[in-house]
Design a protein around this ligand. Structure first.
Ligand code: TYM
Length: 326
């Protein structure tokens, strides 16, 4: 069975972009893959975090993992800082990566832009992400489009090390959804839907109430020509709504566009409200049952043990390869 690894930052406001781009794949893949899903708290501290809030968000994301249908009997769910191999391998990989490669990353440029002094962690963030992936001999990494460049860097580092020391790392592949890979902000379809945007109607969070889902969709930015067709260049707002509909329903985006041809934007929005509300209702219900249960922490402890055992095997190989220790 091929091995899958992916992670989500515990930063609150997990939204339908995260779900349709990445999390939904996590659930589907567990049927015929060996899956490892991480809550990447060490990535979160590349920006300042309130410690208590961070701890709460770790459990929020863990509860969401279970609520969307990740089954801890089939998949490993754990917290990154519980397995020390991530930080250790991160350092080894830092020594096999160039600062030029890191400063060219678009996410680094976006996050560091306009700041007087930039934390080193923000620069080396993709190296830690490469360590996450390579630590588990991962074959497949399900993510949204915004992580494509980071996956490429991970592959480059793995290939570089393998060139010097044969067969040290498995070279992974990214896996991207057709419709969900890049969900745009509802209020500005030229920008990615993000956890940190101030405008709450820019996104739909997975735990939003029905009324909020309705408001955010009904006021979503469209255009003035009134025709429903899929054309992301000319009609980014309408195309984003069609994409979201497609990703939730599983219907091809062309079929969704055909279904709405000749109808008004109001019809598209109303039907999308119903589709989104229906899809998110069971997630919210499950989440409420799981979030404060003892079972949640037990799942994370068990996951850390299972992940740690795999990681330790890789680290032994890496230490031997590089001549670390004696
Ligand atoms: P994060 O926490 O920002 O996002 C989690 C996942 O959601 C995807 N995503 C989106 N997909 C579609 N449309 C959007 N608007 C959208 N916004 C976010 C992201 O691509 C991601 O898959 N660096 C990662 C976390 C990470 C990781 C890893 C992922 C750390 N180590 C190892 C995979 C493997 C991140 O910040 O994701």
């Amino acid at each position: 069975m091929k091995r899958v690894f992916s992670g989500v930052q515990p930063t609150g406001n997990i939204h339908i972009g995260n779900y349709l781009g990445a999390l939904k794949q996590f659930v589907d893949l567990q049927e015929d893959h060996e899956c490892i899903y991480c809550i990447v708290d060490e990535h979160a501290i590349t920006l300042p975090q309130d410690p208590q809030e961070l701890r709460n968000h770790i459990l929020d994301v863990a509860a969401l993992y279970l609520a969307i249908g990740i089954d801890p009997k089939k998949s490993i769910i754990f917290v990154q800082s519980d397995v020390s191999g991530h930080a250790e391998l991160g350092w080894v990989l830092c020594c096999n990566c160039y600062t030029g490669e890191l400063s060219r990353m678009t996410q680094f440029k976006a996050k560091s832009g306009g700041q007087e002094s930039v934390g080193t962690g923000l620069l080396t963030y993709p190296v830690l992400m490469a360590a996450d992936i390579l630590l588990y001999d991962t074959d497949v990494v399900p993510v949204g489009n915004d992580q494509k460049q980071h996956i490429e860097l991970c592959r480059d580092i793995a290939i570089r090390v393998n060139h010097r020391f044969k067969d040290t790392f498995v070279v992974p592949e990214g896996r991207f959804m057709k419709a969900g890979a890049r969900i745009m902000a509802l209020d500005d379809p030229t920008a990615k839907m993000s956890k940190s945007a101030e405008a709450i109607h820019s996104r739909i969070s997975l735990l939003d109430e029905d009324n909020k889902i309705k408001k955010s969709i009904m006021r979503a930015t469209t255009d003035s020509d009134g025709e429903i067709r899929f054309d992301p260049e000319a009609k980014p707002g309408v195309s984003n709504l069609l994409n979201i509909y497609s990703a939730f329903s599983g219907e091809e985006v062309e079929a969704v566009a055909a279904h709405f041809a000749g109808k008004g934007y109001g019809d598209l929005k109303k039907e999308l409200v119903a589709v989104a509300q229906e899809a998110l209702a069971p997630i919210k219900k499950n989440y409420e049952e799981i979030r404060h249960s003892e079972e949640l922490k037990m799942t994370l402890r068990d996951g850390a043990e299972r992940a740690g055992a795999i990681a330790e095997k890789t680290m032994k190989r890496v230490r031997d390869t590089f001549g670390l220790g004696f």
